[in-house]
Design a protein around this ligand. Structure first.
Ligand SMILES: [Zn+2]
Ligand SMILES: [Zn+2]
Length: 265
């Protein structure tokens, strides 16, 4: 199975997963790699808790797990950083990234105009067109504003929580904005993440992925965004097939910040 590049553990405030259980699940899946990408999201909280972790403590635990499981699977020490187009947040992020040589850095848009779409209030009084236009404008702003990351995490995150009947973000509805977003991702040599947690809830639009390829996009990652061990590698066979049908032959894993290709069977 393709390797999971996006999983959470109890170092994320919204997950209780023991890293050992994520590893065992990934080994059972037949993955070559598993990435731990716990949250660092400056400026928002999970209840009263910061989206942050103790880098030293977590890295020591990962080292220990590498000693135990390293012959069976490669464990990647990654991070999912939250992006907002503000300098103070970018500065905090740079400090966090300087604490450790992470293997892989996901940059994710969780907050749009100060609101997390997970809290449904973001959508109140907005048509789907209005909400998704703001989403795409924010994704473009973040992609242009941020550097020092490898993968654009779940660009379609907001659609998970959208209250509309057909909530798929479709290329044909926003071709200019989606082109601008994809072109920025490609120009910055970033990878685009296929997030199976979103795709499991909202049917993905193949046209976006086909267009990414047409524009020269090759780097893609696949991530479950598992907050529970049993969801590591969730639906990777199904969505690997989807990506193949969009013309991709490989997904990528970032190890030491460098892309490593894995063939889609
Ligand atoms: Zn996320
Ligand atoms: Zn995540």
């Amino acid at each position: 199975m393709l390797s999971d590049t996006h999983t959470h553990t109890y170092f994320s405030p919204d997950s209780k997963s023991n890293p050992v259980d994520n590893i065992l699940r990934a080994i059972e899946n037949g993955q070559k790699y598993i990435a731990f990408t716990d949250h660092f999201d400056h400026g928002i909280k999970c209840g009263k808790t910061d989206y942050n972790f103790d880098t030293e403590k977590r890295s020591a635990e990962i080292e220990n797990l590498r000693d135990i499981y390293g012959k069976r699977i490669t464990i990647l020490n990654g991070i999912e950083t939250g992006q907002q187009p503000f300098e103070n947040i970018r500065d905090f992020n740079a400090k966090k990234l300087a604490e450790y040589d992470f293997d892989c850095v996901i940059g994710s848009t969780h907050v749009i105009q100060g609101l997390d779409p997970y809290e449904r209030v973001f959508f109140e009084g907005k048509t789907m067109e209005a909400a998704y236009t703001i989403l795409l404008e924010t994704l473009i702003a973040n992609a242009k504003f941020w550097d020092n990351y490898d993968t654009v995490g779940h660009f379609d995150y907001s659609t998970r929580y959208a209250p509309y009947e057909n909530r798929t973000l479709r290329y044909r509805d926003f071709p200019d904005l989606i082109d601008e977003f994809l072109k920025t991702v490609i120009a910055k040599n970033l990878a685009l993440e296929f997030n199976t947690k979103t795709a499991g809830r909202v049917e993905p639009d193949p046209d976006i992925w086909v267009r990414y390829r047409e524009l020269g996009g090759e780097l893609i990652t696949i991530g479950s965004d598992a907050h529970r061990p049993e969801l590591v590698g969730d639906q990777f066979d199904r969505f690997g097939g989807f990506l193949k049908s969009c013309g991709f032959k490989y997904t990528f894993v970032f190890s030491g910040r460098k892309p490593v290709a894995e063939k889609i069977d």
